[in-house]
Design a protein around this ligand. Structure first.
Ligand code: IPM
Ligand code: MN
Length: 361
């Protein structure tokens, strides 16, 4: 029997609660589709920092490298550790495992309210392919003359030919797959850029986009300056198919995207190393919401959606589609609703509902 080793990193705040739902759905899928799941949990995060002076042990990559996939709950609690320190946990895994794609589907499930008038599951169905290891998040820069009136900070964005090219290729390949599957008959990759103002980095980014596009004559090209893109995503979500964006722009537009799809309770992401040289990491993209910790009220759908993405990445495509169908069924029925949806069902009741559909009970 095929079996997968999955590392679970609950993180901070509501991380433990959503991680329980992740495991629940993994186990249900494994039971139904006849594969094994072994999970191991790692208690890293802000509490670990308070005890050990670091977010995770130094050998974190060695500890995780043999797992088939990783689930990350959510990280950060500003009352315990400043955000620019707590994010080291997530960023060092993204970079260390060369998870150069951050894949963030923006799709509206049936029955979900969205602030966008007239939006439907047919009109909100796009994917953001975010570069995930370099760009504005390269972490290079420094302080100069700190503590003096002449203090200076620099933060350098790094755009490499290799880094840009591989994310563009991934986006075009994805558009091709979506076109084949009929998800988007158009087959289009929108280049999210800002080359009118960023005259080196984004001019370079556009250049690589145009080079890669040559290899995909069957896919439409399109470009939007990131500021205008935020406007178009709200005004005409149906226009978009695949959007390729740099690390920071992708970060920003996917929070906007989360609102299109009904809120942070529905938005998931995969930090993917497409070559599978290293494990990929799946997460809900919401924060750790420390004020809700232990209350069991957050919506686990984003987490369950991230497990759907994990199963797909592992090659369990049938199980993945099944999770998607179960989420759709529960949300469309509108009986089980967490607080963000205007109901009062708990995190685990929502998870149970999806699991029961998967298992047919
Ligand atoms: C995200 C988050 C992270 C990011 C933070 C926690 C570093 O906002 O995954 O979108 O900026 O990438
Ligand atoms: Mn973000």
């Amino acid at each position: 029997m095929k079996s997968y080793d999955i590392a679970i990193i609950p993180g901070d705040g509501v991380g433990n609660e959503v991680a329980d739902e992740a495991v629940k759905i993994l186990q249900a899928s494994a039971q139904k589709y006849g594969f094994g799941i072994k999970t191991e949990s790692f208690e890293w995060g802000c509490d670990y920092y308070l005890k050990n002076g670091k977010m995770m042990p130094d050998d974190v990559l060695e500890t995780l490298e043999d797992f088939d996939a990783l689930f990350l709950g959510c990280v950060g609690d500003v009352n315990k550790v400043p955000d620019h320190i707590s994010l080291i946990l997530i960023l060092s895994i993204r970079k260390g495992f060369d998870q150069y794609i951050n894949l963030r589907p923006i799709k509206l499930y049936p029955g979900i309210d969205t602030p966008i008038k007239g939006a439907s599951p047919e009109t909100v169905d796009m994917v953001v392919v975010r570069e995930n290891t370099e760009g504005e998040y390269s972490g290079t820069g420094g302080f100069f003359k700190m503590g003096t009136p002449d203090a200076v900070a620099t933060q350098t964005a790094i755009f490499s030919q290799k880094g840009c090219e591989r994310v563009m290729r991934y986006a075009f390949d994805l558009a091709r797959d979506r076109k084949k599957l009929g998800n988007s008959p158009a087959g289009m990759v929108t280049n999210c850029t800002k080359s009118n103002a960023l005259n080196y980095s984004m001019v370079f980014w556009d250049r690589v986009y145009n080079q890669v596009a040559q290899d995909y004559p069957d896919i439409k090209t399109d470009m939007a300056l990131v500021d205008a893109l935020t406007m178009w995503m709200v005004k005409n979500p149906e226009y978009f198919d695949v959007i390729v964006a740099s690390n920071l722009f992708g970060d920003i537009i996917t929070d906007l995207g989360a609102m299109l799809q009904g809120g942070m309770g529905f938005a998931a992401g995969g930090n993917i190393n497409p070559e599978k040289e290293y494990p990929s990491m799946f997460e809900p993209i919401h924060g750790s919401a420390p004020k809700y910790e232990g209350k069991g009220i957050v919506n686990p759908i984003a987490t369950i959606e991230s497990i759907r993405m994990m199963l797909n990445h592992l090659g369990e495509t049938e199980a993945s589609r099944d999770v998607e169908a179960a989420i759709s069924e529960i949300l469309a029925a509108g009986i089980v609703k967490t607080r963000d949806m205007g109901g009062n069902h708990s995190t685990s009741e929502m998870g149970d509902a999806v699991r029961n559909v998967i298992l047919g009970i």
